[in-house]
Write a protein that binds this ligand. Structure first.
Ligand SMILES: [Zn+2]
Length: 104
C-alpha cells in the first residue's frame, strides 16, 4: 500500500489548530514564549499523526475517532492540553472551531 501524506485543507486546518493549542498551552502553563522541548515534541507528534491519519480529508474530530492512533502517553498529553487551553482558545482564536474537538 503506498503511503500518501495528507495535505488537504481539512487536515491543514487541524494542524494549525493543534499548533495554536500547544503554543497557548506552553505559554500559559510553562510560561514560555517559544515551545519548550516537551511541547515541541508533542507538536511534532500531533502533526505527524495528522499527516498519516488514515481518514484524511474525511476525518472527524480526533476525539470522536474510532481509531486511536496516538500512543497512550501522547494521548494523555494532548488531552490535558485540550482541557487546559479549551477556554483560552475560544477567547484568543474563536476563528478556530475548537468546539467540534470537544464534542463527544
Ligand atoms: Zn511547554
Amino acid at each position: 500500500m503506498e503511503k500518501v501524506l495528507n495535505t488537504g485543507p481539512v487536515v491543514q486546518k487541524e494542524k494549525e489548530t493543534v499548533t495554536k493549542m500547544i503554543e497557548l498551552y506552553c505559554l500559559k502553563k510553562h510560561h514560555r514564549h517559544e515551545l519548550c522541548e516537551e511541547c515541541q515534541d508533542l507538536k511534532d507528534y500531533a502533526l505527524k499523526r495528522l499527516s498519516h491519519c488514515r481518514f484524511g480529508e474525511e476525518k472527524t474530530a480526533c476525539s470522536n475517532c474510532s481509531v486511536h492512533c496516538y500512543k497512550p502517553e501522547y494521548r494523555q498529553k494532548i488531552k490535558s492540553v485540550m482541557r487546559y487551553v479549551g477556554p483560552w482558545m475560544l477567547l484568543y482564536h474563536p476563528v478556530y472551531s475548537v468546539k467540534h474537538i470537544f464534542n463527544k
